[in-house]
Design a protein around this ligand. Sequence first.
Ligand SMILES: Nc1ncnc2c1ncn2[C@@H]1O[C@H](COP(=O)(O)OP(=O)(O)O)[C@@H](O)[C@H]1O
Ligand SMILES: O=C(OP(=O)(O)O)[C@H](O)COP(=O)(O)O
Length: 503
Amino acid sequence: MASAVQAIAVASVGSIISASRVAAAPELNVQSGLRTNGVRFSLRAVPFFGSTSSSRSARKQNLYTVYAEAQKTETLSPTALQGEGGKGDGESPASKASDRKVSIADVPKSEFEGKTVFIRADLNVPLNKEREITDDTRIRASVPTIEYLLAAGAKVVLASHLGRPKSGPEEKFSLKPVSVRLADLLKKEVKFAPDCIGPEVEALIGGLKNGEILLLENVRFYKEEEKNDLEFSKKLAKNIDYFVNDAFGTAHRAHSSTAGIADFVTKRFAGFLLQKELDYLAGAVQKPARPFVAIVGGSKVSSKITVIESLLDKSDKVILGGGMVFTFFKSQGYSVGSSLVEDDKLDLAVRLSALAKEKGVELILPEDILAADKFDPEANTQVSANTSIPDGWMGLDIGPKAIEQFKKALEGAKTVLWNGPMGVFEFEKFAAGTFAVAEEIAKLTGEGAITIIGGGDSVAAVEKAGLADKMSHVSTGGGASLELLEGKVLPGVAVLDDVEIVA
Ligand SMILES: Nc1ncnc2c1ncn2[C@@H]1O[C@H](COP(=O)(O)OP(=O)(O)O)[C@@H](O)[C@H]1O
Ligand SMILES: O=C(OP(=O)(O)O)[C@H](O)COP(=O)(O)O
């Protein structure tokens, strides 16, 4: 066992068929941190959960075994270590499944040579009226997986949705502009299929040579996609060997191209982007370097209840900002003027405050508020104590004292997770709180903290502040990152082959 250092074996259940070195891969190379203590990891197909398909039991299982002279914590990503220890159930790690999915970096690169690989990416990018891409972040984020598989000699069939087309093909939802941008980024030809299933697509796939790529047209041009329709999933999988899911932004959807297709291929892997998102959003949050400070903002408490609850279990401090704080203030009997309040959630605010006390987590609300006389970029403003926003005025940002209070609360943090802006940052007058928090988090990254921006409007805010590249991780998924932070199983992740630590 100890002699099989840094080797990975990939096998069908019961019979090992190959063994070779782990492939080099950007950022997520399992091999890169290997040390010594002789740990064996088994990677095997996960039991099915999270899709409506009935054929899962018929799925052919795979067993992946990683042999490593390894210091566990340095060998695997944070998610790989979930499930180990801490549960006090007396089981050894040998019998525990981890939540880590088999990524394309876990198998030899040669595994993909000559294989037809269906990559589901999230290429759902914003376009203007001229159908020009206004933000190509998601395309750029998808490039490492695509480049890696092309270099490995795979025949890449790339699929995505774009927007929410209602009934069939519509030019404004075509992925054609994406193929052009992708070709620029890859510096190679990207063939474009006018459909995502059917004889023409089959012929195009059949004509692919090793290292060539075909982008399929929007999978949502078929209503069957969102229904995770069995026949449609089968059609997508026609002539496909492996499924690689890299579409983190859509991993919370149990659709044909994100989940159903997995039943009709021989192997299912996480791409680099998906794995990175899981490492940060699930891994770092489950096993954070402490102190771990979570910051939750945004407009409504109702949309973040489960996230706050889940973070109260894991973090040392939870800072609250944005429109949701007024529901907390009102629940404490403060005057909130005409600020955004969810009157049916007052009890919930009381309950969350009590829960924080019970768990010994500091729940920090802003000491003062920047109030406006109307919801308008040009509104008149005044700073109010959190207890007494005057009638007719509404809180649209945290105040200057709160900025200092939040900075102090963040001091020394080793892990920071941020979801939701501190105010109406879209209006310049009410962006100071959000930008100050963004700057403070960026500073902490420089000091060695792990800083994670958990999707949605906070990503837009960090980008607007020009600080996105100063964060450890900026998520490409809004809804998906929220669901992950809430502790939900993402169907597009659940269908992938899983890692289990066996010794
Ligand atoms: N005090 C406030 N009053 C009203 N709206 C607010 C306030 N603070 C923040 N918002 C709004 O909340 C929105 C973001 O909310 P949400 O969607 O919950 O966040 P995220 O997208 O980051 O998850 C932003 O459009 C912002 O303008
Ligand atoms: O943009 C997306 O989600 P997000 O706005 O929650 O980040 C994804 O592409 C998913 O799209 P969908 O919400 O139409 O399924």
